[in-house]
Design a protein around this ligand. Structure first.
Ligand code: 1GP
Length: 253
């Protein structure tokens, strides 16, 4: 499938050894009155992308959330779906996730087959993503819902071989995720091991709670950092985190 603008931007980050910053909004956790506030904060802070989705959504607020973000900011909205039911044409792009660290055929290919007509008709920019879950020291929603074992946090070689396999299968991105609310984020060592040996952009998220960690992970080679929980608790972290990602430009990677 042809790739579009957002993927071109991510490739640019990779080739220029730069990093971006994305805020993950779980529509279940944001009151509709706060969506406008969050969108404006992100806009003012120079956030690169708004990710929307969740491993388990229990309210019907997703489309409202995306529409608010689109009216209140210029930031591209990327779907990070926990299931095909979260595919909506209101966003700009879709992370077309294949859980390559797991051995659950439904999340490798099954759900993709059943949702293919909807995805094709959506008009979204579809970004094929090798999704890799790393043990974050606690059972996260994604690890429970996916019924798949995460890669041990101290095994960067397994993460690298999984990322290589995804890259050779033609995935356009790799996403290393310790899971939302992880106690232990993906280690800098694992990020460097993976990033320095693949040619496609690397997204990192899960359990990142400080601008210092954002900076460290970008230095380690992440091209896009995703933060959700910490920002739900303290939206004022957005500015410092976005700046930390930009400040790390030109580092080792
Ligand atoms: C989870 O990577 C994201 O899939 C973000 O995680 O909510 O812990 O920041 P947090």
């Amino acid at each position: 499938m042809a790739t579009g603008n957002i993927y071109a931007q991510l490739r640019e980050l990779k080739s220029q050894k730069k990093s971006g910053f994305a805020v993950l909004a779980d529509p279940d956790k944001i009151a509709s009155a706060d969506m406008q506030y969050l969108a404006r904060l992100c806009n003012d802070a120079g956030v690169d992308y708004l990710f929307v989705g969740g491993s388990l959504l229990v309210t019907a607020q997703m489309e409202l959330c995306i529409q608010r973000f689109k009216t209140e900011s210029d930031i591209p909205v990327i779907l990070f779906p926990g299931s095909p039911a979260q595919v909506t044409p209101y966003a700009d792009a879709l992370l077309y996730l294949s859980l390559i660290s797991g051995r659950n055929p439904e999340l490798l290919i099954g759900q993709h087959v059943t949702s293919a007509p909807i995805v094709r008709a959506s008009g979204l920019e579809v970004i094929s993503t090798g999704y890799i879950i790393i043990d974050g020291g606690v059972q996260t929603t994604v690890s429970y819902m996916s019924n798949a074992m995460p890669i041990p946090a101290d095994k960067p070689d397994i993460a690298l071989c999984t990322a290589w396999a995804g890259e050779m299968q033609g995935k356009h991105l790799i996403y290393l995720d310790a899971g939302s609310g992880a106690r232990r984020p993906v280690s800098a060592e694992m990020i460097t091991t993976v990033s320095s040996h693949i040619d496609i952009p690397l997204i990192v998220g899960g359990g990142i709670v400080s601008p210092e960690k954002v900076y460290e992970n970008c230095k380690a080679g992440a091209n896009l950092i995703v933060v959700g929980n910490a920002i739900e608790r303290d939206p004022l972290l957005i500015r410092d985190m976005a700046q930390a990602a930009k400040a790390a430009a030109g580092s080792l990677q």
